[in-house]
Design a protein around this ligand. Structure first.
Ligand SMILES: C[S@@+](CC[C@H](N)C(=O)[O-])C[C@H]1O[C@@H](n2cnc3c(N)ncnc32)[C@H](O)[C@@H]1O
Ligand code: SF4
Length: 454
């Protein structure tokens, strides 16, 4: 068996986070392909009309200032007059989908992501949600959630959202150390996080998540310990502890970082294990790659009863046959196909003005994609997967040799057509998923376009 440092050296490769399979570089350009766009709409109709309902992801891209690590699709502005046009456009986009359906939509979940959804005024968020649910039926087990910035989430926001049915909020905390905050251009006193959390709880939110990142410039084991201690003191129900994705070829703003100030792979792993140990000591369970949860939270329950799912939002406890993404850059997942909207705001607006569903790229899965997608989802959500008879040739040629190698390194066990990830293997779950990524393994042109595994 390898020593941990050797494992890091061996497995710290460029690896996707597997929020989709096949991953985005394999998706096709649909901009001028009317047949594909039409086929996507036909699949949408089929998959959206069922008794479990639809999930909606709504991307709200505006932020008042730029955090220099950020890999999300965002538009920086302090001009709040942009809110109204954006909301009207989202509602128009939703009406294009509703026009395709023969029955009123049944909504199971709504997630407002960003950018910074709390950039929008409470009145405009209310207008948005009321417009979305107008004429729709809502399932009994519905779940509405929002990503809020602790600096600009007001009591009025929280009360308005609560009245609309929101019970889950996720705050970006990232790091509480002043030196790190200075390097990432994000100035956020922990007091703001505490106040925003207490207000959410008082008003009735039942799940508060914190996003933290390890691997940011100037982080040390000591500063990470302080950040985590301060976070744990406020007792979030869940924590997403993300590995900093350094992708300067995609996110030009990350070029502002001096790469010498970033923790190397060894320190990055220490930062992660520091967090993992501290979360465990504080009663949080390791849900998967980068999520921790208190046993009272729905995410923990989903992990325990095998219902955990993974999509573009990361780990989730909801999994409907159709997830529709509305807004600039939003992604839809309708089981057999993915589709992504225009990434530039102006092109997104233009498409909606022409009454076009604004998808620009996407992917239709074939039978083999569906089999390997399931292996990846099982591995990343449950830590185990059992092989099927279908596409055994691909499995034997590409996956099994890599899995055997990982078994030798102590990352997993392989017996009776089944793999199980070991404790040490969890840190390398992205690498294990890569062994099932047939599209990637059989195409050498895309290698190196993802952030490092560690
Ligand atoms: C859209 S932001 C969330 C809400 C809000 N905009 C905020 O910053 O508070 C989603 C999360 O993605 C994570 N994130 C953004 N860029 C990242 C990167 N390069 N690597 C890892 N995580 C990143 C951050 O933790 C962030 O909170
Ligand atoms: S981390 Fe959040 S607030 Fe900062 S730029 Fe990205 S989306 Fe905006």
């Amino acid at each position: 068996m390898f020593h941990y440092d050797n494992l890091i050296a061996k497995y710290n490769q460029s690896v996707p986070r597997y929020t989709s399979y096949p991953t985005v570089p394999f998706w096709k350009d649909w901009e001028n392909n009317f047949l594909w766009k039409e086929t996507f709409q036909k699949h949408f109709i089929k998959n959206s009309e069922n008794s479990e309902g639809l999930s909606l992801y709504i991307h709200l891209p505006f932020c008042e200032s730029l955090c220099t690590y950020c890999a999300c699709n965002k538009r920086i502005t302090t001009n709040h007059s942009v809110e109204e046009k954006y909301i009207e456009t989202i509602l128009k986009e939703w009406s294009l989908y509703k026009n395709l359906m023969s029955t009123p939509p049944l909504i199971q979940s709504i997630h407002l992501g960003g950018g910074t959804p709390t950039f929008f005024s409470p009145e405009n968020l209310e207008k948005l949600i009321n417009g979305i649910v107008e004429g729709a039926t809502i399932t009994e087990d519905y779940a509405y959630s929002i990503e809020g910035h602790p600096n600009n989430t007001t009591e009025e926001h929280l009360q308005t959202l609560y009245n609309l049915g929101f019970r889950r909020i996720s705050y970006g905390v990232q790091d509480t150390d002043p030196v790190v905050q200075n390097a990432i251009n994000r100035f956020q006193p922990t007091e703001n996080v505490r106040k925003a959390t207490e207000a959410a709880r008082r008003i009735g939110f039942t799940s508060v998540n914190f996003d933290l990142i390890y691997g940011l410039p100037f982080q040390t084991v000591e500063s990470m310990e302080n950040t985590i201690r301060e976070a744990i003191e406020i007792q979030p129900d869940r924590v997403a502890f993300y590995s900093y994705a350094h992708v300067p070829w995609k996110q030009k703003v990350q070029r502002l970082f001096d790469e010498g100030d970033l923790p190397d792979a060894g320190l990055k792993t220490k930062l992660y294990t520091t967090g993992k140990v501290m979360f465990a000591e504080a009663g949080y369970t390791d849900i998967g790659m980068d999520h921790f949860s208190l046993p009272s939270d729905e995410l923990y329950k989903a992990r325990m009863n095998g219902k955990l799912h993974r999509n573009f939002m990361g780990y989730t406890d909801t999994n409907t046959k159709a997830l529709i993404g509305l807004g600039v850059s939003a992604i839809s997942d309708i089981g057999v196909a993915y589709a992504q909207n225009y990434k530039e705001l102006e092109s997104y607006y233009q498409a909606i003005e022409k009454n076009e569903i604004p998808v620009i790229k996407g992917y239709f899965m074939d039978e083999s994609d569906l089999v390997f997608k399931q292996y990846i989802l099982d591995t990343i959500c449950r830590g185990t997967t059992t092989f099927k008879d279908d596409f055994r040739d691909l499995l034997n040629e590409y996956s099994i040799p890599l899995l055997l190698e990982m078994e030798k390194d102590g990352l997993l066990t392989y017996a009776d057509d089944k793999i199980e990830i070991t404790k040490a293997g969890f840190h390398f779950v992205r690498n294990i998923c890569k062994a099932f990524d047939i599209r990637w393994l059989t195409d050498l042109t895309n290698q190196g376009r993802f952030s490092k595994a560690v």
